[in-house]
Design a protein around this ligand. Structure first.
Ligand code: PLP
Length: 384
């Protein structure tokens, strides 16, 4: 049975070009970039080349990029650094719909005595900019708001939010793990101070990420030890993965425009195909401001996990809620924050595409989806 992979917000396939570029660094070129000899030096050059490619994708300078192990590390580091460099400030601002890599860190600092404002969202998952502006105070050490939501694909007004924070002298971090490579980001114009990203959402293997820190922003490392990454992140560099991330960034820059159009067209074909043929199905999120690859659809009176199991039997990979919360039967914190009615929230499915998704795959899913929901509704314990 062929696998139809529509779970690209959980993780992505490794691009063949990325794999090819990594191979020499898993083989003959195993040197340590910190070594003084030529053998290590050529590896150090590869790390710097990759840093340049990633900086180019974001409109940043190479010195502003710190390689990390994952998006979660980048998020943890940004919050840590903001608090450590402004010890007099005791307030943080975030949203109710962040990924746990931000939300659980905020909750931990709250338990340490910090005040945290969690901004709410409306039924489409949109933030209220007035509520946001009112939350900023002279005591605010950091705003951390995601660029795009992993469950709904909603894109938040980061430009305006970062400008407001800048006007008030408040540091601004954005978790752009889902956005990098899918939405254009130009840090020359977007006044965020820090930005997190993760390779495995961008067609590298899992285990590599980066944190952008704007030049001039004070920084304290989370991981201490050696002087790697100009003393900002200790630990011998993961050279093959860094090289892979550099190539992934080049590919994203090269194909983004064309992919945005193609992937969005396939996503719309999938979404419209399903909702047109399944009664009582609604699209969760803000269809006016969304990532091109993501669709989150709620089916009334069905269990999301049951849908996933039936899709799985057809070889279709999807997700109910975020990858990190799947396995629990509670509707996700994102859908709860949006106030999606319980009998819809329970049956919400996320379908997320990539440049490798084909029209044939989309048509296969559209063809089989109505039958899946019909079968499950016939045996569902939920009734009106
Ligand atoms: N932030 C967002 C929005 C995500 O979607 C994810 C992963 O799903 C992360 C952070 C964590 O990234 P990583 O898996 O690289 O730690």
């Amino acid at each position: 049975m062929k696998t139809i992979y529509l779970d690209n917000n959980a993780t992505t396939a490794i691009a063949p070009e990325v794999r090819e570029a990594m191979l020499p660094y898993l083989d003959a070129l195993y040197g340590n970039p910190s070594s003084m000899h030529t053998f290590g030096g050529q590896v150090a050059d590869a790390v710097e080349t990759a840093r340049g490619h990633l900086a180019d994708l974001l409109g940043a300078s190479p010195e502003e990029i710190i390689f990390t192990a994952c998006g979660s590390e980048s998020d943890n580091t940004a919050i840590w650094s903001a608090l450590q460099t402004q010890e007099d400030k005791r307030h943080l601002v975030t949203t109710r719909v962040e990924h746990p890599a931000v939300l659980s860190v905020m909750q931990q600092w709250e338990r340490q005595g910090f005040r945290v404002t969690y901004l709410g969202v409306d039924s489409k998952g949109r933030l209220d900019l007035d509520e946001y502006a009112a939350a900023l105070t002279p005591d605010t050490a950091l705003v951390s708001v995601m660029f795009a939501n992993n469950e709904t694909g909603n894109i938040y007004p980061i430009q305006r939010m970062a400008e407001l924070a800048k006007e008030r002298g408040v540091l601004f971090h954005t978790d752009a793990v889902q956005a990098v490579g899918k939405a254009p980001i130009d840090l020359k114009r977007l006044p965020v101070d820090m930005l997190s990203l993760s390779g495995h959402k961008l067609h590298t293997p899992k285990g590599i990420g980066a944190l952008y820190v704007r030049k001039g922003v004070r920084f304290r490392p989370l991981l201490r030890g050696g002087h790697q990454e100009r003393g900002r992140r200790a630990g011998t560099e993961n050279v093959p993965y860094i090289v892979g991330l550099g190539v992934a960034a080049q590919l994203a820059a090269k194909h983004m425009q064309e992919e945005r159009t193609n992937v969005a067209a396939l996503r719309d074909r999938l979404e419209q195909g399903i909702t047109a043929h399944v009664p009582d199905s609604i699209v969760n999120g803000d269809t006016q401001s969304r990532l091109p690859n993501t669709s989150n659809i709620a089916f009334k009176n069905v269990e999301g996990e049951a849908i996933l199991l039936m899709l799985d039997r057809l070889g279709i990979c999807a997700s109910s809620g975020s990858a990190c919360t799947s396995g629990s039967l509670e509707p996700s914190h994102v859908l709860r924050a949006m106030g999606v009615p319980f009998n819809y929230a329970h049956g919400s499915i996320r379908l997320s595409l990539s440049r490798y998704t084909t029209a044939e795959e989309v048509d296969f899913v559209v063809e089989h989806f109505p039958e899946v929901i019909k079968t499950l509704r016939a045996i569902s314990p939920f009734k009106d």
